[in-house]
Design a protein around this ligand. Structure first.
Ligand SMILES: [Zn+2]
Length: 394
């Protein structure tokens, strides 16, 4: 079956050891292999491959300039460090299989259909999530994007050039945006919502508001052996207190808060730190609750907002249409960001479908979806695209 072939093709690409997760970072040789694979699958289906100004790949069945705008499906192929197999690739594979299914059913779309492979969705290398979609919509400005540096000091401009991509035209891409009539992104669920509901596929309602904050703690570097406890100015203790308080406040406000990144100076085992810099990620259904947590945590501390994304609802009419085609599929909000959210913020009519993940775990090798559920996802996406682009329900 084609699903198995496509899945088997992707399985070894960027995998770290046989049991390990995936490291598929933007503009690396692994990324190039994934892009070649996508181009090959597009060519095998006779689709027209277009690479936009941000380097995202679009495979079109029909001409979106002549008879568009089109119905776009797809997702991304990159991963977080030690990521799972499904986050991203399931949407791309399902998009390609949707085209196969329509053709196998002898259906001819009345609108062009596009399958997209967004680049650099996870931001694992340059630190900005959804960089490909943010560049194409202009919410990540060209100059800022090209100047971003990875952990080795390589700029995005250098990385794109090294991968053979011309950076001269990076920037908001009106031509590409004009071609998108609507975007339906299928994605593995990254939580436990569908397990609890006993359903294989849901329709997304939107993406939670979320933000990132940097907390600065200053102290005095000193010797770990000779400095008496009462003489210390140890910023690690202040940081630890902030982490514990963030957790407590998250419970109080019914949201989630995570302190997953910390930088310590001088970062020596036998030295009291001179400085600790910690990052907070906070999100929840209610923006006011997220704001309240941060306000309380900031009291008496040096806290800087690095990013804030308001709640992003998906297009109601489009989502209703998806749910109606899918036998009243359940509706679930997403606590994770997606390219669909970036496009929705830019005014594109956007919806998402989520496929059940029996582990409820994501951004980890434990991320999973049963083969039968993947096939149900393909069927669901096919039904939605049939409704949107062919004008009849499959
Ligand atoms: Zn994803």
């Amino acid at each position: 079956m084609t699903f198995d072939r496509l899945w088997d093709d992707l399985a070894p690409v960027g995998r770290e050891g046989s049991a390990g997760g995936y490291c598929r970072y933007a503009w690396t040789p692994t990324d190039a292999t994934l892009r070649e694979w996508f181009a090959g699958e597009a060519a095998a289906r006779g689709l027209d491959l277009v690479t936009d100004r941000a380097g995202n790949q679009w495979a079109w069945w029909g001409d979106p300039d002549a008879s568009g705008p089109g119905v776009v499906v797809g997702s991304h192929l990159d991963s977080v460090p030690d990521g799972g197999a499904f986050d991203g690739p399931l949407g791309v594979v399902s998009g390609l299989l949707t085209i196969d299914a329509l053709r196998a059913a002898g259906l001819t779309p009345s609108r062009p259909i596009g399958v997209v492979n967004f680049g650099d969705e996870e931001g694992a290398r340059f630190g900005i999530a959804c960089a490909g979609s943010r560049m194409v919509t202009g919410s990540l400005p060209r100059d800022r994007a090209l100047r971003l540096r990875d952990g080795d000091g390589t700029s995005m401009a250098e990385a794109m050039s090294a991968a053979g991509y011309n950076t001269a035209h990076v920037g908001r891409d009106e031509e590409t945006l004009r071609r998108i009539g609507c975007f339906v992104e299928l994605h593995v669920e990254q939580g436990r919502g569908l397990i609890d509901l006993g359903r294989p596929v849901s329709v997304g309602t939107g993406i939670w508001p979320h933000g990132r904050w940097r907390m600065e703690f200053a102290g005095q570097a000193n010797h770990a052996g000779t400095t008496r406890l009462e003489d210390r100015h140890d910023p690690m203790l202040d940081y630890a207190a902030a982490v514990l308080q963030a957790r407590e406040l998250a419970g109080k406000y019914g949201i989630v808060a995570t302190c997953g990144k910390v930088a310590v100076e001088p970062n020596g085992i036998n030295a009291i730190p001179s400085r600790v810099r910690g990052w907070l990620d906070a999100r929840g259904a209610d923006a006011g609750a997220v704001r309240a947590l941060v306000a309380e945590l900031s009291d008496g501390r040096d806290v800087h907002e690095e990013s804030w994304t308001p709640a992003t609802p998906f297009d109601t009419a489009l989502s209703d249409r998806c749910a109606a085609v899918l036998d009243d599929a359940p509706r679930l909000a997403s606590g994770a960001g997606h390219d669909a959210g970036v496009l929705a913020q830019a005014g594109v009519a956007t919806a998402m479908l989520f496929v059940r993940n029996p582990t409820g775990i994501s951004h980890s090798p434990a991320e999973f979806a049963e083969r039968d559920d993947c096939l149900r996802g393909v069927k669901a996406l096919t039904a939605v695209v049939t409704d949107l682009a062919v004008g009849q329900t499959a």
